[in-house]
Design a protein around this ligand. Structure first.
Ligand SMILES: *Cc1c(COP(=O)(O)O)cnc(C)c1O
Length: 240
C-alpha cells in the first residue's frame, strides 16, 4: 500500500495524481472522439471517498472541480472547508442515503445520485422546500437486481421517475447504475440508457475506473472515477 503524505506535490515518491487525472481526461476525450460526442457533454466526477482534503485540493487547483462522496458524514467533514476555499466545486453524493441524513445531503450537495425509494423522495422533497434548494437528483437503478445493492428495479424505474416528478415535485435529471462486479457492463449501460431515453432524462451516470470509456460510448454524461485518479482504496470500501 502506498504511503500517504500531506502534500503530494512535495514528495517525489508519491504517485502523481495530476498525471493520473490527465490520463483519465485523455481517455474521456478518446472515447468521445470514437463516437463523435462533444467532450464537454461528459462530466468527470472524481470519486474521492477515503481521500483526504489535502490530496483533493491540488487537483481542484488543476481544474478538476466535480467530486463524488459516498457518505454524508465523510462529506461533511471534508467539503465545507474545501468549498469555502474553492466555491466552484460541485459535490455529488454517490452512496446510499438514509432519510434522516436528507437535510445534510441537500445542504451539502449539488447533485444526489442515489435516490432509490419513496421514503427518501419524500424526505428530499421536504428538505428542498425547507432549505429552498434543489440539488439535481439522479435515480439509482439496480440494473443487476442484486439484493445487496441499492437502487430501484429496472421494472419499477418508469413509475418511480413519474412519482418523484409528479407527487414529490423533485428535480430529477438522470439515472445512475453500478453494474454487478464480474458482469460485462455493456448490457447494464444499454438498459440504463434506454430507461433514461424513454423517461426524457438527459443525465446518465455510469462507468467507473475500469469501464468509463465504454460507458461514454454508450452515452454516459457522468463518469465516476476513483482509483484511476487516486490509487487503490482500502478493501472494505465497497460500492453499493
Ligand atoms: C467508489 C465508487 C466509484 C469509483 O470507483 P473506482 O472503481 O475506484 O473508479 C464510482 N461509483 C461509486 C458509487 C463508488 O462508490
Amino acid at each position: 500500500m502506498e504511503m500517504e503524505s500531506r502534500d503530494p506535490r512535495l514528495c517525489g515518491a508519491m504517485p502523481d495524481r495530476g498525471a493520473a487525472l490527465r490520463k483519465v481526461q485523455d481517455g474521456i476525450a478518446r472515447a468521445c472522439a470514437r463516437v463523435s460526442r462533444d467532450v464537454r457533454a461528459v462530466s468527470l466526477v472524481a470519486a474521492s471517498k477515503t481521500v483526504s482534503a489535502d490530496m483533493i485540493a491540488p487537483l481542484i487547483e488543476l481544474g478538476q472541480v466535480v467530486y463524488g462522496e459516498n457518505r454524508v458524514q465523510e462529506a461533511k467533514s471534508k467539503w465545507p472547508a474545501l468549498k469555502e476555499r474553492f466555491p466552484e466545486v460541485e459535490l455529488h453524493l454517490l452512496g446510499p442515503l438514509q432519510s434522516n441524513k436528507a437535510r445534510e445531503a441537500v445542504s451539502l450537495c449539488e447533485v444526489i445520485q442515489s435516490l432509490d425509494r419513496r421514503s427518501l423522495a419524500e424526505a428530499l422533497a421536504r428538505e428542498c422546500q425547507r432549505q429552498a434548494r434543489a440539488p439535481k437528483l439522479f435515480i439509482q437503478v439496480n440494473t443487476g437486481l442484486e439484493s445487496q445493492k441499492a437502487g430501484v428495479a429496472p421494472g419499477d424505474a418508469d413509475a418511480f421517475v413519474a412519482e418523484c416528478r409528479n407527487v414529490w415535485g423533485l428535480n430529477v435529471q438522470g439515472l445512475m447504475c453500478i453494474p454487478p462486479v464480474g458482469d460485462r457492463p455493456e448490457k447494464h449501460f444499454l438498459l440504463l440508457a434506454e430507461l433514461a431515453r424513454r423517461n426524457g432524462l438527459g443525465c446518465l451516470s455510469m462507468g467507473m475506473s475500469a469501464d468509463f470509456m465504454l460507458a461514454i460510448e454508450h452515452g454516459a454524461t457522468h463518469v465516476r472515477v476513483g482509483s484511476a485518479i487516486f490509487g487503490s482504496r482500502p478493501k472494505l470500501e465497497v460500492a453499493t
